[in-house]
Design a binder for this molecule. Structure first.
Ligand SMILES: *Cc1c(COP(=O)(O)O)cnc(C)c1O
Length: 410
């Protein structure tokens, strides 16, 4: 066993992120919108630049050297992803443009498996990208969408989940971690119980991947989705993990180049996995950089990251709750470093605007999770989400900023 690190060398880590040196409105940037997208370290930027400087070429087709180098780097990235998530076969890693694309791919494929009266279950705390594709699927097939409710703390009511499960349930989808509340959901319990009634499970891991190293084989999940831009990688690339047996059964999502075995005007046969789901020229530099982002995180260590972020979460929660009238939404026992809050009598947008003037980037609004806001009967929240490159001093700056906003607005 290696040495257990209790804290990160954040000062050194911050030097990897050029953007953290910039100023906004004359103040040092305090970037607390990590749940929307994370910042990119120089090590990952270098990989993208190196690709365009030295071996930009289309993959899987050319016989020439550049194409071979690009193909090798792209497939090596697939293997890094495979290893990171402990996936049995590299063919079970499908490159997508991100979580939204991955979920739509699965939802589209399930059109051919569902019939009227079948049931699909969604949790009450999903991102819109894990709601809308399933609503569209339900409309197409006549399947019924049912909702696993949550409680005031922002935790799923698991008794009701078990009651909702039945022989009619075909598919269950839930996020691993809520982007709006930070709740870590009991996905292993969800997966095992769903399998007992024969239902497949898709877990939206977009928010979890930067904090938790999920093990696909141990989870025994059917589908799991990740967006690289939430874990220090670039935008426009992500992963769909699917069990091979499912990916073989699912029809292709998009038709085009790369996904075919043979094309005639009479009939086209599809390529083997993973290419069946990877039509067209992919985000090659992005895919390679996705692999580099995982290397970067692993070199720091996800456990050390999670531990440090937990410290930041506790520190920030305590200091924010000292502010009069401030209420935090999402107080689950198990949560990550996301704090959604409001101050009584003030619209979240107004707080966000004042914080921006102070150089502090937070998100305001419904965070693509409107049903959660409806549940709490609020228009939205201010959301501060912390990453391993944030500091306690930045938390202090946030707290001072919120106090200032409160004094100005009340
Ligand atoms: C960000 C996020 C998404 C959407 O990811 P995209 O990269 O925009 O496709 C979906 N679910 C959760 C939980 C997220 O945090």
């Amino acid at each position: 066993m290696g040495m257990v690190r209790t804290s990160l060398d954040v000062a050194t880590i911050r030097k990897d992120f050029p953007i953290l040196n910039r100023e906004v409105n004359g103040r040092p940037l305090v970037y607390l919108d990590n749940a929307a997208t994370s910042q990119t370290p120089q090590q990952v930027i270098d990989v993208i630049v190196d690709y365009y400087h030295n071996y930009n070429a289309n993959i899987h087709r050319g016989v020439h050297a550049l194409s071979q180098e690009a193909t090798d780097a792209y497939e090596e990235a697939r293997q890094k992803i495979q290893k990171h998530f402990n996936i049995a076969k590299a063919d079970e890693v499908i490159f997508t443009s991100g979580t939204t694309h991955a979920i739509n791919l699965v939802a589209n494929g399930f059109s051919s498996f569902l019939k009227t009266g079948d049931e699909i279950l969604v949790s009450a705390m999903e991102h819109h990208s894990n709601i809308v594709p399933w609503q569209m699927l339900a409309e197409r097939t006549g399947a019924v969408l049912k909702v696993i409710p949550m409680n005031q703390n922002g935790e799923l009511v698991m008794e009701q989940f078990h009651e909702l499960l039945s022989e009619k349930t075909q598919l269950v989808f839930c996020n691993h971690i809520s982007n709006a509340l930070g709740t870590i959901n009991p996905i292993k319990e969800i997966i095992d119980a769903s399998h007992e009634v024969g239902a497949a499970v898709l877990i939206d891991g977009a928010q979890a991947a930067p904090h938790i190293k999920a093990d696909m084989q141990a989870l025994d999940v059917d589908f799991y989705t990740v967006s690289a831009h939430k874990l220090c990688g670039p935008t426009g690339v992500g992963m769909l993990y699917g069990k091979e047996e499912w990916l073989k059964k699912l029809p292709p999502y998009q038709g085009g180049g790369e996904m075919i075995a043979e094309v005639t005007f009479e009939k086209t046969t599809y390529a083997d996995l993973p290419h069946k789901f990877e039509a067209g020229t992919p985000n090659i530099a992005g895919g390679i950089a996705f692999g580099a982002a995982l290397d970067y995180l692993n070199q720091i260590g996800l456990e050390a990251i999670a531990q440090y972020e937990e410290e930041l979460l506790k520190y920030a929660t305590k200091k924010l709750l000292d502010i009069e009238g401030l209420k935090i939404y999402g107080t689950a026992e198990k949560k990550t470093s996301v704090i959604s809050f409001n101050i009584k009598g003030i619209h979240p947008y107004d707080i966000g605007t004042i914080l921006d003037k102070l150089g502090i980037a937070v998100r305001t609004g419904h965070h693509c999770a409107q049903p959660i806001m409806d549940f709490y009967q609020i228009p939205g929240t201010v959301r501060a989400s912390f990453s391993f490159y944030n500091t306690k001093e930045e938390v202090d700056t946030l707290v001072e900023g919120v106090k200032r906003a409160r004094n100005m607005l009340l």
